[in-house]
Every structure is written in structure tokens, then in C-alpha cells.
Ligand binder design. Structure first.
Ligand SMILES: *Cc1c(COP(=O)(O)O)cnc(C)c1O
Length: 361
């Protein structure tokens, strides 16, 4: 047996070992059918059952109401940045966006190619260390939707509240926080998440959309980017990312076995409290984010002296604590502690951090 490292990668991220073992066991001969899932027709009964079960398990996990469609799409979260305005923003309309970091900025930049975008609030005055309260937002009169990024994966800035914009459809990029704790899906018009953080392998993006928002796409919207076309065809207008969809389904099954998102919330709370506690109680490490906006899933931290970054990372790697280097735009370190990263991984990291501080602090 090879030894698995502790993987703190922001994405593609760690997957549950039990899921990988199951996929391995089923790889050559799925359920005695003599072929791999990768080799099946997406229209076969077997694959349709795999796809339907994955969708149902996700619906169960998040309590997705029946008037929402769940789409299994491609192009990643980044393609959704264009797909959302093409489907929901009339050519003469306006959409409100909240800027809390790099991913919101990318979504704003892309949407601006398709129509009028009002940046209703920005975390810039807070150096992206805190989230402006809704009282300070400059919302449009008739926004087609409001887009925000509940968890900024790079900055480690997370909303601990859901915006209330009345009848305006709320659109959320949940790429890095979906399934990390329970959410009330009925508060949203559309939720999307690239799979490779907290769902499954890359190549898949999951979009959950309220049915009344379908059928509003511009005539110039490419067929493949039209949500209604995807919904009407069960996300199989063309060949979907069959293996990613299947593997995500195994992750959903695993999550249910673990006790669902309520159990994940407990586990994730313990993980982040342990890690932020270790950072805050040390003289070497620091995290600048406002206490009520600290991300549960992506924990950036700095060492007091940048010259210690290299030895810190080298020592971490020697202990099989991988991918702790922060995003190049932020520097320092970042530990991504998604659902598949256990408390044992965080304990190992915190123990190493204390050991390193003793030697270098
Ligand atoms: C990773 C990430 C993206 C980009 O995802 P891709 O699937 O690579 O396009 C967008 N938004 C957030 C919040 C992310 O974490």
C-alpha cells in the first residue's frame, strides 16, 4: 500500500480515500458489466442510472427544492461567469455584483462583456480582509440578478450570512464552499460550483437553477451555454463529463454515509477552529481576515518573516503535508481544508506549525 499524503491543495483538491478505492475497484469492470464507466454510452441505462443517482443524492444532501434543476455542465466555474449573463441579463438590463476578491473580480470582468454591471459593493476599502455590510451596498433599481462569491478561495474571505435582495434572483459562486455546511437553497436563484474543490474531479461544474429563470437566454447565447437546453436534455445535449459525474456521485454517497452536510459542518467547524486557534495563539503565524469573515475551507496565513517561507514549505513536504504554498497573488501559505481533508490532517499540520515555530520563532 502506498502512503497517502495530507493534501491541502486549493484545487483540484483532495478526494476521500474511500471514494478513490471504490473507483479503483470498479475501474475495469463496473458492477460485473465487463467495462469501465469511462467506456459506457452516456445514454445507456446503466449510465443514466449512475447520473440520476448522483443528482438525487445531491438533492438529498442540500435539500434542493423540486422547482430547481440540477445541471452537470462543463467549462468550469469560469465558463459560468459568461453563461450567467448570457442566460439571465437582458441586453438593456443591469446586474449587481459584489466584489470580495479575485474570483468575484473575474466574474465581473467577464459579465461586463455582455451588459451593464453595477459593482454594488467592494471589499477593497478593507483590503479584502472584511466584507462590507449590506447597508452599504449600492443596489440597482431593477437588477436582473445579484451575483456574489460566498467564499473567496484565494483570499480566504467568506460570508457568514446570505444577502437579502428581495425578489432579485441571488446568484452564488459556491465553488469552494458548497457542501461544507447546510444552506437554504430556496434563498437562491442560481448556485454554481466547479467540481474540483469540494465535489469531485475537474471537468465538471454543477449549476442549481430555479426553474422560472430558465428560458430567458439571449438569442445569441450558444446552444451549449443555454441553461434551458441543458435542463431539457438532462445535461446530455452532448456528451457530458461522464467519469467526473460518476466520481462526484461516489463523493455524494460518501457524504451521505458520513452523516451529510450537518455532520460536515461539525467536522469542518472543529477543523477550522483548531487551525485558526493555532495561528492566533502563535507569535509566528498570522491571518488578517475579520473574525466573522474567515473562510472555513481556505485558510491563508503568513509567517512573520518571509524568509522562513521556503524552509517552512520544505519541512512540510518532508512530513507529507503538501500544497501549502499560498496563491501567487497573496503570497504566504494557504491550507485548503475541504470535506475530504480530515481532522487528522489539520492536527498534523498544527503539530508541524508548532514544531517549526519552536525552532524558528
Ligand atoms: C476555483 C474557482 C473558480 C474557477 O473554477 P474553474 O472551474 O477552474 O473555472 C471560480 N470561482 C471560485 C470561487 C473558485 O474557487
Amino acid at each position: 500500500m502506498s502512503k497517502r499524503a495530507y493534501n491541502f491543495c486549493a484545487g483540484p483538491a483532495a478526494l476521500p480515500e474511500a471514494v478513490l478505492q471504490r473507483a479503483q475497484a470498479e475501474l475495469l469492470d463496473w458492477h460485473g458489466k465487463g467495462l469501465s464507466v469511462m467506456e459506457m454510452s452516456h445514454r445507456s441505462d446503466d449510465y443514466m442510472a449512475i447520473a440520476a443517482k448522483a443528482e438525487q443524492d445531491l438533492r438529498d444532501l442540500l435539500g434542493i427544492p423540486s422547482d430547481y434543476k440540477v445541471l452537470f455542465l462543463q467549462g468550469g466555474a469560469s465558463q459560468q461567469f459568461a453563461e450567467i449573463p448570457l442566460n439571465l441579463l437582458p441586453e438593456d438590463g443591469v446586474a449587481d455584483y459584489i466584489d470580495t476578491g479575485i474570483w468575484s473580480q473575474k466574474s465581473i470582468e467577464e459579465a461586463s462583456r455582455y451588459g451593464r454591471i453595477n459593482v454594488a459593493a467592494s471589499a477593497k476599502p478593507y483590503d479584502y480582509f472584511a466584507i462590507p455590510g449590506q447597508n452599504d451596498w449600492q443596489l440597482s433599481q431593477d437588477a436582473a440578478y445579484l451575483h456574489y462569491t460566498p467564499n473567496e478561495t484565494i483570499g480566504g474571505l467568506e460570508f457568514d450570512w446570505i444577502p437579502d435582495v428581495g425578489e432579485v434572483p441571488l446568484v452564488a459562486d459556491m465553488s469552494s464552499d458548497i457542501l461544507s455546511r447546510p444552506i437554504d437553497v430556496s434563498k437562491f436563484g442560481l448556485i454554481y460550483a466547479g467540481a474540483q474543490k469540494n465535489i469531485g474531479p475537474s471537468g465538471l461544474v454543477v449549476t442549481i437553477v430555479r426553474e422560472d429563470l430558465l428560458g430567458r437566454a439571449r438569442s445569441a447565447c450558444p446552444t451549449m451555454l443555454n441553461y434551458k437546453v441543458a435542463a431539457d436534455n438532462g445535461s446530455m445535449y452532448n456528451t457530458p463529463a461522464t467519469f467526473s459525474w460518476y466520481l462526484s456521485g461516489l463523493v455524494f454517497e460518501w457524504l451521505k454515509e458520513q452523516g451529510g452536510v450537518a455532520a460536515m459542518e461539525q467536522r469542518n467547524r472543529a477543523k477550522k477552529e483548531l487551525l485558526y486557534g493555532a495561528i492566533d495563539s502563535s507569535g509566528l503565524y498570522s491571518n488578517p481576515i475579520a473574525l466573522n469573515a474567515r473562510s472555513w475551507m481556505n485558510v491563508p496565513f503568513r509567517l512573520a518573516d518571509e524568509r522562513l517561507d521556503k524552509p517552512f514549505l520544505a519541512g512540510a513536504e518532508a512530513r507529507s503535508l503538501l500544497n501549502l504554498k499560498g496563491h501567487r497573488s497573496v503570497g504566504g501559505m494557504r491550507a485548503s481544508i475541504y470535506n475530504a481533508v480530515g481532522l487528522d490532517a489539520v492536527e498534523a499540520l498544527v503539530a508541524y506549525m508548532a514544531e517549526f515555530e519552536k525552532e524558528h520563532g
